[in-house]
Design a protein around this ligand. Structure first.
Ligand code: NAP
Length: 308
């Protein structure tokens, strides 16, 4: 008879690895399934400076340490892409490209991805001056000049946050009005142009630099005038997309596809949990992802005890 796991964790970022550590400690028979590059979005963060107790570490190193910790406790990790989930039954089924597994509970920890602009140089210089997270990387640009792309809450908040530490911030927005809520707009507009300069109707054409961002090429989409801006860092805040394609039609999600859960990370389907950036939440950081990993295992353990 096919073996039944207590728990299958899908995703190996901080939420998945924290869940793996807690599951091993709870002695649940657990497997982690990961796709492509292990470690989640954190591996793209050059330096992580806000994870308590570990002040100087790269995203890659922190991710590796989390994995080593889980492996030391004996976790089984398989690199297999999950292609389907059967959740509408007591014992859930996880189908991958090559196999089929059964589990009493499932934790979805597949994260989210920052939307990319798709311009020349963006990919090559990501982690070398191009960042998608001002809270994570802003401190590395103290007293330097940076640009933020976007006009929503995230971009405006990022511009205000960066203005506290950077010499100058350019906010590049493709339209002539911001999408961000009024309170944020008011706070943004309190800064004088020497601190935060808004470039309206402007789009990014290219990120230029050899090993680090040195300049960007921009275009005014009304006048078609092109110019070059010398900057040290570029923050792209044009939204995120959750990696929830696998379960969007199986559990309740918000209009953007983020999975809705209760405080214990329980989704609308019993025995199915969502942890980390895939979940609708207010703060998407390594520490909150790791916390979700722990919380979801705590809930899954109780669910298994009560139902099997
Ligand atoms: P968002 O609200 O979807 O805004 C994305 C912004 O990026 C928009 O201004 C959009 O321009 C621009 N954009 C999108 N694609 C672009 C492209 N290809 N090129 C140039 N610009 C592009 O996303 P978000 O700001 O990341 O916020 C995500 C969610 O988190 C929102 O629901 C937001 O309310 C919430 N949030 C709330 C708070 C808060 O309440 N304090 C803080 C942070 C986030 P257009 O305006 O022209 O479409």
């Amino acid at each position: 008879m096919t073996e039944i796991y207590d728990l299958i964790i899908i995703g190996s970022g901080p939420a998945g690895m924290a869940a793996a550590i807690y599951a091993q400690r709870a002695m649940l028979k657990t497997m982690v399934l990961e796709k492509d590059v292990p470690g989640g979005q954190v591996i793209n963060t050059y330096e992580v400076d806000n994870y308590p107790g570990i002040p100087d570490i790269t995203g890659f190193e922190l991710s590796t340490k989390m994995r080593e910790h889980a492996e030391k406790l004996g976790i089984e990790i398989k690199s297999e892409e999950v292609v389907d989930l059967l959740l509408d039954q007591t014992v859930k089924v996880v189908k991958t490209t090559g196999s089929e597994y059964q589990s009493k509970a499932i934790i979805m920890a597949t994260g989210a991805r920052w939307k990319k602009l798709g311009v020349k140089g963006e990919k090559e210089l990501t982690g070398r001056g191009v960042s998608y997270c001002a809270t994570c990387d802003g401190a590395f640009f103290r007293n330097m000049e940076v640009a933020v792309v976007g006009g929503g809450d995230v971009a405006v908040e990022d511009a205000i946050f960066l203005a506290r530490m950077c010499k100058k911030v350019y906010l590049i927005h493709r339209r002539d009005e911001l999408r961000a809520v009024k309170i944020l707009q008011d706070s943004l507009l309190k800064h004088d142009e020497d601190k935060i300069k808004i470039l309206w109707n402007t789009e990014l054409k290219e990120v230029i630099g050899k090993d680090q961002v040195e300049k960007i090429s921009i275009i005014n989409n009304k006048t078609k005038e092109e110019s070059i801006l010398d900057i040290d860092g570029l923050f792209i805040g044009i939204g995120t997309d959750p990696n929830s394609q696998l379960i969007q039609d199986k559990v309740k999600c918000d209009e953007k596809g983020y999975v809705l859960t209760d405080d214990s990370c329980q989704t609308s389907v019993k025995g199915v949990y969502a942890a980390g950036d895939i979940r609708q939440k207010t703060l998407r950081q390594i520490i909150t992802a790791a916390a979700d990993g722990a919380t979801s295992v705590y809930a899954a353990e109780r669910y298994i005890l009560e139902n099997f």
